[in-house]
Structure formats: structure tokens, C-alpha cells
Design a protein around this ligand. Structure first.
Ligand code: ADP
Ligand code: FBP
Ligand code: MG
Length: 342
């Protein structure tokens, strides 16, 4: 059998570990081989392929990013390119395609599957917002990096009696803000799931200083928004792929907070540092198990599926179900922060 692989969407630590696991499992367990397509779906549309064998995946377990590269392609081009993608897959003798990606890549994968292309999906994203799996790899690494950064901000905030706002990634889901905020003892967490009220944020900050505390740490997802009519947030419009362009919610909240409370505010935007570098041991293992089980599923004919973590076991879920909705932070999880904030 020949397996085709590609990595789509934003990169994350662990993608290379999946590639290594797919190649090793295919070669060692099945005597199969693997071909990679460069730069996500673009590699399939442009016939940009590279053979992947065991020497090529040496030393990949710990390496961040993806040796295949990743890119975004307008969804219309994917839909118009079905015939072309079939031709390229046939030309390379690919029996099963294993796309590794987030909700966008996997939506395209689910659609290809519905068109009869044999596909086994692997979920990745630092945002952890893929439904049907308890976790995605990349998330643990991003949370670890963010936690380390927030730990460091506590001391400098205290020295200057400041409010420090940390903006973390999380377009639609606040998992990184929730977990890094909890791990680092933040006093305030704001996620995209619950629009924030500037009045409440001001009250929290004022009350904390009045109680004699010397600093406030707030963690804010990049996709957070204010409650309508409470404070303005600049509109950045949409990018060419239809994603909302962010305009810096933490900075804007900080300016408003400083104006209203008179407290000194500083803002740190963590950005792509959350996605760079080596994966944590947890993500290395999860990525490796996903790659292993995706390859097994491909050989056993379980196509149209996505590998998923259920508890401690790797399961298969229908791709169409996994992309039907995003896994956002439920109110019960946000409620768990109440005892620790303020
Ligand atoms: N609804 C869709 N239909 C077809 N292809 C899509 C769709 N959404 C996304 N894609 C493809 O998947 C790529 C990756 O999606 P994106 O959302 O950028 O990243 P991720 O896979 O990390 O969520 C897009 O550039 C596009 O080529
Ligand atoms: O790398 P880019 O294009 O700036 O994208 C940033 C986005 O990608 C992410 O890091 C990951 O999102 P995806 O997994 O959906 O690609 C988001 O947290 C962030 O909003
Ligand atoms: Mg996406």
C-alpha cells in the first residue's frame, strides 16, 4: 500500500512526530511506503510531492514545525480541484490519503471522503478546538510555553504594582487561556466563549488592589470580544480566507482599563512563540500514537475516519462528525475558574 500525507493550516509542535510515526509504521509493520505532499492542499493541486522514507524521518520526533511545509489555499480552489487532486493521487499510486490538520484541513478531508477519496484524518491544533477528540497535539506544548511566560510576568508585575495582560492564541476557543491561566495562577481569564464586560474587569482590578494585592495578571484569548455596547473593539475585517483579522484585543482592553481605573497596564502578546520549537513529551507521545493508529486504520480500510483521543485510548470517529462543530470551552469549565480569579 502507498500512503499520501500532507500537513495543512497553522503548524504546531508534533506534526513531524506524526510524519515519523506514519513512515515507521507503514514500512516496519506493513512493508508499505509513504509519499508526502508539500504545503498542505497546494501540494496535491500542484503535484508537489516528496517520497518519505525512514532516513528522511530520522530525528523528527523532537523537531517542531513540519518538514512538508504548510499553507492555506482558498476553499473554492479545493472544491474546483477535485479532478486534479484525484489525478495526482492516482499518478503517485496513493491508496489512502492522511491529511494532518485543524478544522479547515479536516473539513476539506471530510468533503474529499464524501466524494469517494479514501482518507484518514489526523487532528492537530494548538487551539484544541477539534470536536470528537479529548485533545489535539500541540495544545500541551502551547499551554506549557504560555504558562512559563505568565509565571515570569508575575514577578515584574508585582515589582511595579501593574496590571499585566497576556494575549494568547485561541481564535474561537479559549482552551489555551483557560489552562495556562489556571496553571499560572492568573487573576482573570477572558475567552472567546463569553464576551467580557469592561465594567466587571475594572471592578476586579480595583477590588484586588484595594485588598492589598500588588499586581493583577489577566490572560486573554486573541479571539475574545467585549459585550456589545460596552467598549469598542477595532474591526480588522476578514482576510482572503474568510478568517477574522485580529486587531489586538488585549492592547485595546488595557488602554480602556488604564483610562478607567488609573492603574498602570502593560500588555504582552505571545503570538507564534506558542507554536514554535520542540513538542512536550505529552505531545510527542500523542502525535506518535495518532500517526501509528492512522496508518493502522488506513491498512485496515477504516477510511472516512479521524483518529482521536478518548480518555487514554486512541479511537476512530467519522470525519464528518468531527468537523460538524468546534469544541469550545463549556460554561462548566469556565465556572471552575471562579474560586481562583479576582
Ligand atoms: N470549508 C472548507 N472547504 C474546503 N476546504 C477548506 C475549507 N476550510 C478550509 N479548507 C482548506 O483547508 C486549509 C486549512 O484550513 P485552515 O482553517 O487555514 O487551517 P486548519 O486546518 O489548521 O484549521 C485552507 O487553507 C483550505 O485550503
Ligand atoms: O499562523 P497564522 O496564519 O497567523 O494563524 C494564526 C492562527 O493559527 C492558530 O495558531 C492555530 O489555528 P489552526 O490550528 O486552526 O490553524 C490560531 O491560534 C491562530 O489564530
Ligand atoms: Mg482553522
Amino acid at each position: 500500500m502507498r500512503i499520501g500525507v500532507l500537513t495543512g493550516g497553522g503548524d504546531c509542535p508534533g506534526l513531524n512526530a506524526v510524519l515519523r510515526a506514519v513512515v515507521r509504521t507503514a514500512e516496519k509493520q506493513y512493508g508499505s511506503d509513504v509519499v508526502g505532499f508539500r504545503n498542505g492542499w497546494r501540494g496535491l493541486l500542484d503535484d508537489d510531492a516528496m517520497p518519505l522514507d525512514r532516513p528522511m524521518v530520522h530525528n523528527l520526533l523532537t523537531r517542531g514545525g513540519t518538514i512538508l511545509g504548510s499553507a492555506r489555499v482558498a476553499p473554492e480552489k479545493i472544491r474546483d480541484g477535485l479532478g486534479r487532486m484525484r489525478e495526482v493521487l492516482d499518478a503517485h499510486g496513493v491508496d489512502v490519503l492522511v491529511p494532518i490538520g485543524g478544522e479547515g484541513t479536516l473539513t476539506a478531508a471530510a468533503w474529499l471522503s464524501s466524494e469517494g477519496v479514501p482518507v484518514v484524518g489526523v487532528p492537530k491544533t494548538i487551539d484544541n478546538d477539534i470536536d470528537g477528540t479529548d485533545l489535539t497535539f500541540g495544545f500541551d506544548t502551547a499551554v506549557s510555553i504560555a504558562t512559563d511566560m505568565i509565571d515570569r510576568l508575575h514577578t515584574t508585575a508585582e515589582s511595579h504594582q501593574r496590571v499585566l495582560l497576556v494575549e494568547v492564541m485561541g481564535r474561537h476557543a479559549g482552551w489555551i487561556a483557560l489552562n495556562s491561566g489556571m496553571a499560572a495562577g492568573a487573576h482573570l481569564m477572558i475567552t472567546p466563549e463569553e464576551p467580557f464586560d469592561i465594567e466587571e474587569v475594572c471592578e476586579l482590578v480595583t477590588a484586588r488592589f484595594e485588598r492589598g494585592h500588588r499586581h493583577v495578571i489577566g490572560v486573554i484569548s486573541e479571539g475574545a470580544t467585549p459585550k456589545p455596547g460596552t467598549m469598542p473593539l477595532r474591526d480588522g475585517g476578514l482576510d482572503e480566507f474568510g478568517h477574522r483579522r485580529f486587531t489586538g484585543v488585549a492592547q485595546q482592553l488595557g488602554e480602556e482599563l488604564e483610562r478607567r481605573t488609573g492603574k498602570e497596564v502593560r500588555t504582552t502578546v505571545l503570538g507564534h512563540v506558542q507554536r514554535g520549537g520542540t513538542p512536550t513529551s505529552f505531545d510527542r507521545v500523542l502525535a506518535t500514537r495518532f500517526g501509528l493508529h492512522a496508518t493502522i486504520a488506513a491498512h485496515e480500510g477504516h477510511v472516512g475516519q479521524m483518529v482521536a483521543l478518548h480518555g487514554t485510548e486512541i479511537a476512530l470517529v467519522p470525519l464528518a462528525d468531527a468537523v460538524a462543530r468546534l469544541k469550545t470551552v463549556p460554561p462548566s469549565r469556565l465556572g471552575e475558574t471562579t474560586a481562583f480569579t479576582g
